[in-house]
Write a protein that binds this ligand. Structure first.
Ligand SMILES: [Zn+2]
Length: 70
């Protein structure tokens, strides 16, 4: 009863992993040589930063407390 183990597939995993770009969803290279990470490209990074900069984060200020002035 010999069962030779065959069929093992050793897939060479790439050293550089990728993850979806938070901006466009395309695979972005998660490497140190990718200055735009976690974005896929500098463009997506700039777009995202620009969106943050231009997007007016207007915080609805606290409503003035009712003045109980008699
Ligand atoms: Zn992108």
């Amino acid at each position: 009863m010999n069962k030779p183990e065959s069929g093992r597939t050793d897939s060479a995993s790439p050293a550089v992993s990728t993850l979806p770009c938070p901006r466009c969803g395309q695979p972005a290279r998660w490497a140190t040589d990718n200055p735009a990470r976690p974005f896929c490209s500098e463009r997506c990074k700039l777009i995202d930063l620009g969106a943050w900069a231009t997007e007016s984060h207007r915080i609805p200020g606290d409503p003035l407390p009712p003045q109980d002035d008699e």
